[in-house]
Ligand binder design. Structure first.
Ligand code: HEM
Ligand code: HEM
Length: 160
């Protein structure tokens, strides 16, 4: 197991985070365009909807890259101080986060390019799941940082 996350892993973690924040901030536009399309209309070109599709596909590419690096290189072991139950929760959360950053753009793309209406609903539900998990993830990071004092944030901000 490596002793730290690599520069690439750290850069990908924060790039994907930023891109997801942008997706969240501007989600109303694509949701509005999608509603109009579902009602059989032809909505006018909306740059923010195009941005959603473009950025979503970029997240998919970055997430695949990230997963490949993770499978090849691995990740540093969780802090020793961490109780076994929390280690389990952390591993399960990380796995689900990886799955969601892949499944979200895939369902979005299949809905958008394949016109599969139900997948729009799935896409929306997956985003809600992501939102909840990210909050859990941040709470876990804060618990590590400020209660167990493992300097976990340093692991995702400095390589080596
Ligand atoms: C990780 C990447 C992505 C994130 C975080 C994301 C996030 C979101 C969010 C928050 C909504 C609004 C849901 C709602 O309130 O109705 C949404 C809707 C939508 N997104 Fe994405 N999206 C991503 C990728 C994509 C991609 C790659 C595409 C298409 C190529 C896409 C197509 C759509 C469509 C068609 C909707 C409307 C569906 C609906 O509102 O039911 N998304 N997305
Ligand atoms: C969209 C939002 C986010 C996603 C999808 C995400 C995803 C992930 C994943 C999958 C890991 C595990 C990495 C691995 O072991 O391969 C991780 C680790 C980490 N994340 Fe996030 N993250 C997000 C937001 C944040 C935020 C806002 C913070 C800051 C509070 C944060 C801090 C960390 C830290 C410190 C680690 C390292 C944990 C460790 O060393 O075991 N993440 N993140």
């Amino acid at each position: 197991m490596p002793s730290h996350y690599s520069r690439t892993q750290i850069a990908l973690h924060w790039l994907i985070f930023l891109a997801i924040v942008v997706q969240f901030l501007f989600h109303e536009t694509i949701a509005g365009v999608w509603r109009q399309m579902e009602q059989g209309g032809t909505p006018p070109f909306e740059p923010l909807a195009a941005l959603h599709v473009f950025l979503g596909l970029a997240i998919l590419a970055l997430a695949i890259w990230r997963l490949v690096v993770r499978l090849r290189r691995g990740a540093p072991p969780l802090p020793e101080k961490e109780p076994a139950l929390l280690k389990f929760v952390a591993n399960a959360t990380h796995l689900l986060l990886y799955l969601l950053i892949l499944a979200l753009p895939v369902t979005g793309a299949l809905a958008w390019f394949g016109g599969i209406s139900d997948l729009g609903e799935v896409h929306e539900a997956l985003f809600q799941a992501l939102f909840i998990l990210v909050i859990l993830h941040i709470l876990g990071v804060f618990y590590q940082q400020f209660v167990l004092k493992t300097n976990i944030i340093g692991r995702m901000t400095r390589a080596g």
